[in-house]
Design a protein around this ligand. Sequence first.
Ligand SMILES: Cc1cc2nc3c(=O)[nH]c(=O)nc-3n(C[C@H](O)[C@H](O)[C@H](O)COP(=O)(O)OP(=O)(O)OC[C@H]3O[C@@H](n4cnc5c(N)ncnc54)[C@H](O)[C@@H]3O)c2cc1C
Length: 291
Amino acid sequence: MYPSRFRYEAPRSIDEAIALLQEGGGEAKVLAGGQSLIPLLKLRFAAPELLVDINNIPGLDYHRVDPDGTMRIGALCRHADLERSSILGTRSPTMAAAAPLIADPIVRNRGTLVGSLCHADPQGDWASVVTALGGSVIAQGPNGSRAIAMADFVTGPFENTLEPDEIAVEAVIPPAQGTRAGGYLKLERRVGDFATVGVAVALETSGGTVRRAGIALTGVGGSTIAAAAAAGALAGKALTAETIEQAADLAAQAANPRTDHRGSAEYKRHMVRTFVVRLLSRDLEPAERAA
Ligand SMILES: Cc1cc2nc3c(=O)[nH]c(=O)nc-3n(C[C@H](O)[C@H](O)[C@H](O)COP(=O)(O)OP(=O)(O)OC[C@H]3O[C@@H](n4cnc5c(N)ncnc54)[C@H](O)[C@@H]3O)c2cc1C
């Protein structure tokens, strides 16, 4: 199907893009990688009057770590940039694990992390990763910019808290309190598919103690789920077989899956538990693991 008619603009600055969104008065949409928006237009699930293509705005394609350890991912940083990144491996193992699991190489070449957060698909992998890492989105509008914690950014399936005249200019991951550990595991029916179940775990440890933990779930609810009680069961404690089992049980309880063509609710909940145990057990001392 062809999309409905729309006006297309490709501004060269953020201010110009914001002015266009204001002009659009709620009938305008930002176009980033287009990997979610273009299919929606073609299916006529979305019919904006104005598309504001941000791809010609210079200086948004970065991902970097500031001297204080804050990581910043610009609105035009593609999934593939993160997949090939030399800074994620040690700085953010959770992001490094997720990047190659997003869709397929064609989608990864164009799609953006920030676009994925804005799209707020319950099966979007980055929303879980950024939630587990305690990240936020920086929104810029006519009255300046504001930070929105990822946990507050997504308000429901395919809904976020951005105002119609705001652009998400970057995602921000705060500095770690200690050493970062964790990962992302995704159950998919075939390579390149959306998640049947995804689990993001982000730990910050020092002296054998978990200083901060984040656990978030993909594809097992109406939107990304922050498994706060599960993460809370780890904070301030050492990783032991017991604390891991407890966190895994609480994460499975936080999941709210539905039975569908990808599997039964019971199976998906079981996979959440299995993935949490698997991810956390990687960071156990060998002696603990054998116990
Ligand atoms: C075949 C296929 C398989 C896929 N598989 C996966 C998968 O396994 N896992 C996964 O997580 N995703 C998957 N995706 C989605 C993909 O990751 C998209 O790239 C991503 O969801 C959206 O990023 P985008 O840059 O392409 O955004 P776009 O498609 O350009 O935009 C998506 C939405 O976000 C808004 N938006 C985008 N950027 C901004 C911004 N800076 N400020 C304000 N609003 C903005 C747009 O207005 C639109 O509403 C898949 C897509 C396809 C086509």
